[in-house]
Design a protein around this ligand. Sequence first.
Ligand code: 1HN
Length: 354
Amino acid sequence: MAAAPVDTPERQAFYAKIDKSHLTPLWTSLAALITPEPKSPCRPHLWRYQEIRAAMMEAGALITAREAERRVLVLENPGLRGQSKITTSLYAGVQMVLPGETAPAHRHSQSALRFVLEGSGAHTSVDGERTMMEVGDFVITPSGAWHDHGNQSRDPMLWLDGLDIPLIQFLDASFIEHHSEDVQKLTRKDGDSQARYGANMLPVDAIAGRLTSPIFNYPYARSRDALEKMRRANEWDSCHGLKMRYTNPETGGHAMPTIGAFLQLLPKGFKTSPYRATDASVFTAVEGHGRSRIGETLVEWGPKDIFVVPSWQKVEHEADEDAVLFSFSDRPVQEKLGIWRQNRGNVQNVFEGS
Ligand code: 1HN
């Protein structure tokens, strides 16, 4: 693109004059608005779980889940401080529910995912059905669904929350409503949606009407077992190892309309080829240790650590032992808009790669 036109005294006087009418020239900002490739203020960063956990325990002594509504420490991207964003379009936080606590029922426009980091047997209820949560479970709260959390186990439960808050904020489409009762009434037995939608069958007259998957807990045990069985074929993707996406069984599409979620296995010693994509991704290691080069930044990760890969930054992962990574991004949104793009390997030409 051509350089921005130079300023002349006449032009500056003109800009100052039209400014009073809330008008401004495009030609001074065009190059910054329409960049040849993504230029994000979002930065690569890693949060150590032990550091988050220690802070969370302090928060646990300072405020209850009920008073806080949700006791969450927000993971703020260093390039986006003060905005409650982990990437330009997504929010992430770590939430803790202590034994005996309730996080009261509410519903909002924002879609949410949970990825369980620690604890066993706490629950979330979504639109009348409860699910128990275990480490590694991927749990969904659709837009507009009543949800409350509780912990009747003996240990704290901590999970990673991912929400499309910045996206909804950008669209000025946010609503929240508080339930008249802290804990919503259950109208279905535990496991009902798993049985109806998670057994490779669908109710006979099911139509693909819903934007969000009717399965709201994708248990880690099942996802992990699938990866373990698939690895025997010894077919590895050079950029991803073995990477699967969570799907909505009614559509075959992403499990959520605004957030894509993925689980991947990197076998011991595997080093991925450079990869970049226009969807910034939030990762957490479930198992194993390794490292990722993200642009010029090297992050060393272990179980439950959380790191972020900004849009279009080249990433390479390396696993020191069998490693499992969970990740999420705004890829479904970009795909629907027809703007999602990736480069595999050391591709230079952004218009030819994919
Ligand atoms: C929310 O509803 C939850 O339900 C977690 O656990 C984090 C952050 C902002 C707004 C709503 C939850 C949230 C949230």
